[in-house]
Design a protein around this ligand. Structure first.
Ligand SMILES: [Zn+2]
Length: 168
């Protein structure tokens, strides 16, 4: 396995050892946390405890726990009041030196405490796909009616020039 950062210094290894963000979910192979730079209310991450770089490296047990974690994290998202979560996140001492722009922005959203209308679940599986930390972290992003002007195509829009298509 070719990793540029050793598990000891890897941020998501620290998370999975319980040394950073509080868990909102855990099972044998995975933990779940709320992202501290949310792009929508409830933006969460599902992270394997093992230092696995790619989703394609998960073993069978981890694959089962991955789906269990997706379900578990979704349940927590739907039971959480974000108008309370984000102010308490801003008060976290371990985040005191970090910019809070994303949290402030989601606190202003009209659908802050609405039930999610949909989800985008995704993983940037490789540097060329936008991954910035080489430890698998799957994004569970609640979506809300009107959060973008035109959601059609969803993650196709990572390549905007070729995203739109006409159905025949
Ligand atoms: Zn790691």
């Amino acid at each position: 396995m070719n990793t540029t950062v050793s598990p000891r210094e890897c941020y998501f290894c620290r998370v999975s050892r319980g040394e950073a963000d509080p868990f909102i979910f855990e099972n044998a192979a995975f933990v779940g946390i709320f992202d501290t730079n949310p792009v929508n209310p409830g933006h969460a991450l599902v992270i394997p405890r093992r230092h696995v770089v790619s989703i394609f490296e998960l073993n069978e047990h981890e694959q089962a726990d991955y789906f269990d974690a997706l379900h578990g994290v979704r349940e927590v998202i739907e039971a959480t009041r974000f108008a309370e979560l984000y102010p308490s996140m801003m008060a976290r001492e371990d985040l005191s030196d970090r910019p809070m722009d994303h949290i402030k922005a989601v606190l202003e959203l009209p659908f802050l405490d609405a039930r999610p209308d949909a989800y985008t679940v995704g993983n940037n599986d490789g540097r060329a796909a936008g991954r910035s930390i080489d430890h698998l972290h799957v994004i569970v992003l609640p979506r809300y009616q009107g959060d973008v002007e035109n959601p059609r195509g969803g993650i196709r829009n990572v390549i905007p020039a070729r995203a739109s298509y006409q159905r025949r």
